[in-house]
Design a protein around this ligand. Structure first.
Ligand code: HEC
Length: 357
């Protein structure tokens, strides 16, 4: 206090303030951090300095956090911080105000930074949006500017892309990034044709075609019969607010659904791709079916009944209908009826042919 008095009114009668020497250090220090973090991200994103890739995205958040704080020393110094915005609305245009000028720069830089962060983190925020409900979902929807797009834009012919490559250095293979020019953008059909040509160097075309026919049928069966209707029910439960937990495994049914798509469904498809009948069937589709009919659907009904008890009228009837409609589809009919007689006859005939009994 004594020192403050000594300093106060030293030059002007009204210059009592927190010591300017502290402010003058803190203010450029923080602006330096903000500018530095932005340069780090620009070096990676614009100038492709690879060593900075791992921190390029985060340094934007870092810059924003400090940017929000950068005016604190100045506001402290002003004595009347609540008037800070006045200079922006009534700038002294004739004899240009330095502070207002910086205010504009500061504001435009903040807007630039916020938008850059929204775009750079779009993928993560779409993921967060998909996995949240209620007000959080609304907030993420605003932050993602309403998009659900997680895909990277397909590279255009003629554009330069960073690619991962290997180089021989001495007796070691070293991973490097190289810029290459896009000559052609290939569809999955073209890629499959290319793969089939590789297979055809050993197998007959017929053999290879049949392999892909079988593989595609398995994937489509899994998708259409279990994965799509299951996902629709899960989405509906979340929309109705019945499936409350956003963390998947806090709930019985969360675990069951997770295992259906993450374990069994995936094993079935990998098994078909790798010609492993045991994985395709017993560790795959057999378990998908078992858990779908005997655990997943009953679990859905249990949740709906609980919701009804808790006062959400109509939920029980709604999900009973959803499940009934699903089980009445031809591909699920066997679960209720044991299969239609024609189908059973065909299976019998197939068994006779195959096992001669
Ligand atoms: C270098 C030669 C070669 C290439 C290339 C090749 N295969 Fe094979 N494939 C074989 C041989 C040899 C076998 C038999 C292996 C055995 O029975 O142990 C085989 C087995 C198979 C089988 C199992 C057949 C059965 O009755 O069990 C399938 C299916 C198959 N290959 C599909 C493909 C597909 C699809 C491709 C391309 C993506 C491919 N193969 C590429 C040589 C090749």
């Amino acid at each position: 206090m004594e020192h403050l008095e000594l300093l106060s009114s030293f030059v002007f009668p009204n210059d009592t303030h927190v010591h300017w020497n502290i402010m003058i250090v803190i203010y450029p220090y923080i602006t330096g951090i903000v500018a530095g973090a932005f340069i780090v991200s620009a070096l990676a994103h614009v100038f492709k300095v690879e060593s900075l890739y791992p921190i390029a995205k985060f340094s934007l958040i870092f810059a924003l956090s400090w940017l929000l704080f950068v005016t604190a020393p100045l506001l402290n110094h002003l004595g009347h911080p609540e008037r800070a915005l006045n200079m922006l609305f009534t700038p002294n245009v004739v004899g240009p105000s330095m502070m207002a000028g910086f205010g504009y720069i500061y504001m435009s830089y903040s807007i630039l930074l916020i938008f850059e962060i929204l775009f750079v983190y779009r993928y993560e925020m779409v993921l967060l949006k998909e996995n949240s409900i209620g007000i959080k979902k609304v907030i993420y929807n605003i932050l993602t500017l309403g998009t659900n797009d997680k895909s990277e834009k397909a590279p255009e012919v003629g554009s330069i892309q960073m690619t991962q490559d290997y180089e021989k250095k001495g007796d070691k293979l070293v991973s490097t990034s190289k810029e290459k020019k896009v000559v052609k953008v290939m569809s999955w059909e073209e890629r499959r044709e290319g793969m089939k040509q590789v297979c055809s160097s050993c197998h007959s075309t017929h053999h290879v075609d049949n392999f892909y026919k079988q593989f595609d049928s398995l994937v489509n069966t899994y998708n259409d019969k279990f994965a799509k209707p299951g996902s629709e029910i899960v989405a509906q439960l979340k929309k109705d607010g019945i499936w409350k937990q956003t963390a998947l495994h806090q709930d019985d049914i969360g675990y069951i659904w997770y295992e259906i798509w993450h374990h069994e469904g995936r094993r079935a498809r990998h098994g078909a791709a790798m010609q492993a009948p045991d994985y395709t069937h017993w560790h795959g589709m057999y378990e998908v079916g078992r858990h779908f009919y005997n655990k997943f659907l009953p679990g859905v009904l249990k949740l709906a009944e609980k919701a009804e008890k808790d006062g959400m009228v109509g939920m029980k009837a709604k999900y009973e209908k959803v499940i009934n409609d699903l089980l009445s589809k031809p591909e699920h009919e066997w679960f209720k009826t044991g299969g239609n007689p024609e189908l059973l006859k065909a299976i019998d005939a197939e068994n006779k042919l195959r096992y001669k009994q």
